[in-house]
Design a protein around this ligand. Structure first.
Ligand code: AMP
Length: 291
């Protein structure tokens, strides 16, 4: 495992790997690694002949003006130590500098655009976030030219937009693998931001997944999605320190809210602000046709 921050050095490594017939597998992250990220690395290293590049880059263009870009944890020595404990480590940790990624300054207009799906849910709360995210992921795709890239199901809207970008801009030339959401014992989805929660906030945060599971059970038992969602919204709003941003069921294939007559795979999406910390989570529901 080597740490590289210069682009030329990365290109040398990639060229050598390709000459040896290895397939490039990319795992993009912002660092502050936890078991969720490590599970993606395990998926990556398990691919045949994988040459795994784990990138760590806190991308300024996906943070809004009042967001936590400066406060976002940067923990490279600890990240390296955690990766070294894996039975199979990535080949390269790529940590480019902002000045090299944005060598001509930050463009006025970030491409490709996230469009309408980029301005709902997380995009409504974080204007421009998904344009910045797609811009950087497409930069990494063009720079690293992976055969495979691995992302977490936890960031469902991000994953949806990345898959769509790979189809539209990269002619489906990159296989996107999805790692399941890794959780604390309490069920709370692991996140680099959990460290900012107070113990009271943590207790409320741990209830979120139970509320999502209740919605799943109630719909499974024949309640309408609307009724189940209304109850769950009240439960989330009642959590100590919590402010509910959204709880919504969307069609997994379109990311649009579903009607009560929907059947198929849906995503139950939630965002809650706890103690000022924005937490997101989701589960997939298989909704049967109403009897
Ligand atoms: P981030 O460092 O937050 O940009 O996340 C990097 C990658 O890790 C993204 O693909 C995330 O979806 C994924 N990820 C974050 N948290 C988790 C988790 N708890 N379980 C699985 N994957 C995760």
């Amino acid at each position: 495992m080597i740490v590289i921050n210069a682009l030329v050095e990365l290109q040398e490594q990639l060229t050598a790997a390709k000459t040896q017939g290895r397939q490039i597998v990319l795992v993009p992250t912002m660092g502050a690694l936890h078991e969720g990220h490590l599970s993606l690395v395990e998926i990556a290293t398990a691919q045949p002949d994988a040459f795994v590049v784990l990138s760590i880059f806190v991308n300024p263009t996906q943070f809004g003006k009042n967001e936590d870009f400066d406060k976002y944890p940067r923990t490279l020595p600890e990240d390296i130590a955690r990766l070294e404990e894996l039975s199979v480590t990535p080949d390269v940790i790529f940590t480019p500098q902002v000045s090299e990624v944005y060598s001509e300054g930050i463009p006025e207009r970030l491409e490709p655009r996230a469009g309408a799906i980029g301005s709902v849910f997380e995009g409504a709360a974080r204007p421009g976030h998904f344009d910045g995210m797609l811009h950087i992921v497409s930069w990494f795709f063009r720079t690293v030219q992976p055969a495979i890239a691995v992302f977490g199901a936890k960031d469902a809207q991000q994953l949806y937009l990345i898959r769509r970008m790979v189809h539209r801009e990269f002619a489906d030339s990159i296989t996107i693998l999805e790692g399941k959401t890794i959780r604390e014992e309490s069920g709370l989805a692991k996140s680099s931001r959990n460290r900012f929660l107070s113990s009271e906030g943590l207790a409320s945060a741990s209830r979120i997944i139970q509320i999502l599971r209740t919605v799943e059970a109630e719909i499974g038992a024949g309640q309408t999605p609307d009724a189940a969602l209304d109850k769950a919204r009240m439960a989330l709003t009642g959590l100590s320190l919590a402010k509910l941003d959204y709880l919504e069921l969307v069609d997994k294939s379109t990311f649009k809210p579903i009607a009560d007559t929907f059947s198929g795979e849906a995503l139950l999406l939630v965002a809650v602000i706890l103690d000022g910390v924005r937490l997101i989570d989701n589960i997939t529901l298989n909704i049967q046709e109403p009897a």
